[in-house]
Design a protein around this ligand. Structure first.
Ligand SMILES: Nc1nc2c(c(=O)[nH]1)N[C@H]1C(S)=C(S)[C@@H](COP(=O)(O)OP(=O)(O)OC[C@H]3O[C@@H](n4cnc5c(N)ncnc54)[C@H](O)[C@@H]3O)O[C@H]1N2
Ligand code: MOO
Length: 403
């Protein structure tokens, strides 16, 4: 009995919860989800300060211009001693410097002769002009960032402004990718008869990095229980999520499946999708580390990552579940799809003035990595549809957000 894509995803997500909260220095928290509100201990601006390089004045004293006033000193940014502007005088002041007591406006230098002993002021000023008031941005005790916020540069900048040095966050999930197969050798090594380069290991680590995880290639596992067993146990201790590929269908050397039957609670289920039918998910080891066994075919493994592991990583990282894909495009060239299975068709999405259109890219065999690299979206063909025709409107998933 096959499981639907939605049932399998729900089964995987039901055992996952956000990773325990850690405190991280600001720059390590970028991309993580904030787990605790950030409250400001200070007003911002902290003190009334000038927004222009110029002269601190009493507005009433420069109402009629030109007027010449003595300059009694300089206030650079960072000056901290208590200052008071004597009546009938002025002080030079720089952008960001504290406004002296008694002054209620700043005249920008361009409206003066720029003098340092005395200054001629050519333009009158309103009370409050060019003064940034204490607390007008943030009040002491104000919550500036709320738990649940995915932290971007804007949020890190704000946290730094209020002096937060470390933030409580859900950490980035640590993902370990373990491809299996005695035929695999890493790129860079010469291929002997019967061998192929491991592409899944690299593709999946790249996909996990793109999804915001801390991802690592854990090395190729040959199809022997002596390699697979210890590699999985070690991974269970080190990672927050393990991905294996290969060795899970009906082959005589499907070692991953055989070893996991002994090791954990991993369930192997055919899922009603194409490609990517043979799926496995469960937990292993004392920490109950989640583990996905993805099919070995390279296209199937990357596509399964999109469908099941992207949502799983969101859950671990403390992000809310994404909305199901809903954007639609118009098909310009038809194709066939198997009955009873949800097909994820590699397509080229083109956005024109008339709206988005899609056409299939190359062959749909799950070994065709070149054609996958040429696609930029996956079109979702519902289970009951067997024939896709030009003019049909179908939902699609964009493969890379950055392109
Ligand atoms: N008798 C059956 N045979 C197969 C079935 C089936 O239902 N009955 N399902 C087919 C489907 S669909 C898929 S998908 C694959 C899944 O097989 P495995 O997950 O066990 O993967 P392998 O057999 O180890 O490898 C499949 C294929 O992919 C290549 N491969 C594996 N790992 C990598 C890698 N890291 N980098 C690049 N290429 C890799 C491997 O050489 C094989 O060609 O099973 C079908 N068979
Ligand atoms: O399901 Mo396989 O993933 O079709 O190639």
């Amino acid at each position: 009995m096959m499981r639907s894509v939605d049932e399998h995803l729900a089964a995987c997500l039901s055992v996952l919860s956000p990773l325990p909260v850690v405190e991280l220095p600001l720059l390590e928290a970028v991309g993580c989800v904030l787990a605790q509100d950030v409250v400001s201990a200070i007003d911002m601006p902290r003190f009334d300060n000038s927004s222009m390089d110029g002269y601190a004045v009493r507005a009433a004293e420069v109402a009629r211009t030109p007027v010449t006033l003595p300059v009694l000193g300089d206030i650079p940014a960072g000056r901290g001693d208590a200052l008071e502007l004597a009546p009938g005088t002025t002080m030079r002041i720089m952008t960001g410097a504290p406004v002296p007591a008694g002054a209620d406006a700043v005249v920008q230098v361009e409206a003066t002769d720029g003098g340092t002993e005395t200054v001629r002021i050519d333009r009158s000023s309103q009370p409050g002009q060019f003064i940034r008031r204490a607390g007008e941005d943030v009040r002491e005790g104000q919550t500036v960032l709320t738990a649940g916020t995915p932290l971007t540069a804007r949020h890190i900048s704000l946290a730094a402004s209020v002096g937060a040095e470390r933030l409580s966050v859900h950490p980035r999930p640590r993902v370990l990718v373990l491809p299996s197969g005695s035929e695999l050798v890493p790129p860079g090594k010469a291929l002997q008869a019967g061998q192929i380069h491991d592409s899944n290991g690299y593709g999946l680590v790249a996909a996990a990095l793109e999804a915001g995880a801390v991802a690592r290639h854990g090395g190729i596992m040959a199809d022997t229980p002596e390699q697979v067993g210890p590699a999985l146990e070690k991974a269970a201790a080190e990672a927050d999520l393990i991905i294996t590929t290969g060795g899970v269908s009906a082959g005589a050397y499907d070692t991953v499946k055989a070893v996991l039957r002994e090791l954990g609670t991993v369930e192997f289920v055919p899922v009603a999708m194409q490609p990517g039918k043979p799926q496995g998910f469960g937990t292993i080891g004392p920490k109950r580390t989640p583990l996905f066994t993805l099919p070995g075919n390279p296209v199937s493994s990357l596509l399964s990552f999109q469908v099941f592991i992207v949502p799983a990583l969101r859950r671990l990282a403390g992000r809310p579940d994404a909305e199901p894909p809903h954007r639609k495009a118009t098909v310009v060239e038809g194709w066939r799809s198997p009955a009873g299975r949800r097909q994820f068709t590699r397509c080229l999405l083109t956005v024109t003035a008339a709206g988005p259109t899609v056409r299939p890219v190359g062959g749909q065999g799950s070994h065709l990595v070149a054609d996958l690299a040429g696609a930029n979206c996956l079109v979702i063909v519902p289970e009951e549809v067997t024939e896709v025709s030009p003019g049909d409107e179908l939902v699609y998933i964009v493969l890379e957000s950055g392109s």
